[in-house]
Design a protein around this ligand. Structure first.
Ligand code: 2HA
Ligand code: ZN
Length: 273
């Protein structure tokens, strides 16, 4: 069967990276059943032939108006689809959508009419925000990392930047590779516009946001970048829990040691454009 990826190496590479990351999510146990979702802005790979492709679906409402997304194209994981299946067959378990001129609806254009993810409002709101601020970030990831979600069941840890400091102090790499830390969104109904709005508030400040008792949402230059940030934060959560399981509270790096890493590695305090 023909695919939109045929003879388009840039688009193919972006979708193949999605498949690679989907496999990691499954292997890590972060993607039970249809858990998690992925969207990637692929507009840079879109040519005239793609723009001319007919819609495979009628227009569908996003649920919110996103003015910066007019004419943009996204690869989206399909709703109800499994990451472990997407890892092998990304175009049968996801699709490419075109945002229509009203900036409030979309159509599916390739390869098959696979309905996009249930978390589309929060994903597309984040992409809209990234474009509005001139960011070059292209990817948005939602997943259910076990240790981070477990820690979100503790109210003390949900206070602003409490978890960020704890996780940074577990291992210098987390500070270096997740330098903006971890935002927090109090429990909100999955897939809702309210969750999208609360996530958007946090994504102004953080690349990775923890949804209380649910999962994380992350943005990045590409999907691997978004995944890596979640992975290093979750690694710190694992180290913390491992120490707790051995019967002690881990000491954590000192404030001074953390400041030294921040200075020597010249870590950004804001998302670089
Ligand atoms: O896509 O994880 O939050 C399934 C989910 C919804
Ligand atoms: Zn979820």
């Amino acid at each position: 069967m023909n695919s939109i990826l045929d003879n388009r190496p840039g688009l193919r590479a972006a979708v193949e990276q999605v498949a690679e990351v989907a496999g990691y999510l499954w292997q890590k146990g972060w993607a039970e059943r249809n858990g998690g979702n992925i969207t990637v802005n692929v507009t840079e790979h879109v040519d005239e032939a793609i723009r001319a492709l007919p819609a495979l679906s009628g227009p569908m409402a996003i649920g919110t108006i996103l003015p910066h997304l007019r004419g943009c194209y996204f690869y989206c994981k399909g709703t109800g689809k499994r990451m472990r299946d997407l890892a092998r067959q990304p175009m049968q378990n996801g699709s490419i959508i075109r945002i229509l001129d009203d900036c409030a609806s979309y159509v599916i254009i390739a390869d098959e009419p696979v309905l996009p993810t249930s978390e589309l409002p929060s994903h597309l709101s984040m992409h809209n925000y990234l474009l509005a601020t001139g960011s070059t970030y292209k990817a948005s990831l939602h997943t259910h990392p076990i240790q981070l979600v477990a820690m979100s069941h503790n109210k003390e840890l949900l206070k602003k930047d409490a978890m960020t400091h704890l996780l940074w102090s577990m291992i210098p790499e987390t500070l270096a590779f997740a330098p903006l830390g971890l935002g927090i969104v109090p429990y909100t109904l999955p897939g809702s516009v309210r969750l999208a709005e609360a996530t958007l508030e946090q994504i102004r400040e953080y690349d990775v946001v923890l949804w209380e008792k649910h999962g994380v949402c992350a943005v990045g230059r590409d999907l691997m970048d978004a995944f890596d940030q979640v992975d290093v934060l979750n690694k710190s959560a694992e180290i913390y829990m491992c120490a707790k399981n051995m019967g002690f509270t881990p000491e954590g790096m000192t404030e001074e040691a953390m400041r030294e890493v921040q200075e020597v590695f010249q870590l950004p305090k804001q998302r670089p454009c």
